[in-house]
Design a protein around this ligand. Structure first.
Ligand SMILES: C[S@@+](CC[C@H](N)C(=O)[O-])C[C@H]1O[C@@H](n2cnc3c(N)ncnc32)[C@H](O)[C@@H]1O
Length: 246
């Protein structure tokens, strides 16, 4: 299957012919592009290829997806690595976790609700940060468009948890809005990437000062291995790859 996906990706065609259960369009947290099933599935498979190339993803990986949403990455992983060692998807949004549990849970693919407070996705949450996994238990940690919807003090707590749960040789790939910004963070700054549409509601688009974010990584003993500025085509988020510095 992996070979078939690689071929499809090279030819840029054919994902529609594969039958995978995708979340109904109405429940997807994403911009318009991802409402298209072909785009949605292709984005998941492309992410798997990127994780292979940049983070050493393989069938032996123990994977943690923080903010797993409606299982976009899990769908790509199930297509490419149905026998993946383990996948844990955690999210604060109970209906999304319920959908994933119902449609995507397998012996090696688990989904969990964490009751972490988030003004946008889980306003009545009881905790500040919680990753219900053991120390050093993940080879790859992934957060796609999650720090985009969080304040700096919560990001700091999460970086500490990422460090705790990541294996010594593990890697974390995350996307985020960072700029050389006059303040450490700003929620929904007026006019920022206005071509993507106006910000709607709490924590829609949080922008961090690059030095403040990288300082928080360093405080959590996480080193920046790679930084790709605004590399995400549709959302224009930047990508970081982090590893443990001790
Ligand atoms: C924009 S969505 C991205 C979903 C998914 N990563 C994807 O790429 O399709 C952001 C997700 O992060 C989740 N989230 C926000 N704060 C979280 C936290 N502290 N822990 C776990 N999930 C969180 C939200 O509930 C939502 O599902």
């Amino acid at each position: 299957m992996l070979r078939r996906l690689v071929q499809m990706e090279k030819n840029r065609r054919g994902y529609q012919t594969l039958s995978f259960t995708l979340p109904p369009k109405g429940i997807r947290f994403c911009t318009e592009e991802w409402q298209d099933d072909g785009f949605y599935f292709a984005s998941a498979v492309q992410e798997v290829f990127r994780l292979r190339e940049l983070c050493g993803l393989s069938e032996n990986t123990r994977f943690l997806d923080i903010g797993s949403g409606q299982g976009r990455l899990a769908i790509g992983l199930q297509a490419a690595y149905p026998k993946l060692k383990s996948y844990d998807g955690i999210d604060v949004h109970q209906p999304s976790v319920n959908w994933c549990k119902r449609h995507l849970e397998r012996q090696n693919f688990r989904f969990m609700h964490v009751d972490t407070a988030n003004e946008r996705y889980n306003p009545s949450g009881k905790h500040r940060s919680a990753i219900p996994l053991d120390d050093n238990s993940c080879d790859i940690t992934f957060l796609y468009s999650v720090f985009t919807h969080m304040r700096l003090n919560d990001v700091q707590l999460h970086l500490g948890e990422i460090h705790r749960t990541l294996a010594p040789s593990g890697k974390c790939l995350l996307t985020i809005y960072v700029e050389d910004w006059p303040r450490p963070e700003e929620e929904n700054p007026t006019g920022y990437l206005s071509e993507l549409g106006a910000s709607v509601g709490a924590l829609h688009r949080v922008v961090f000062d690059r030095k403040a974010f990288e300082g928080a990584c360093s405080d959590a003993s996480l080193s920046v291995e790679r930084f790709l500025y605004r590399s995400e085509g549709v959302t224009k988020q930047s990508v970081y790859i982090l590893s443990k510095s001790n």
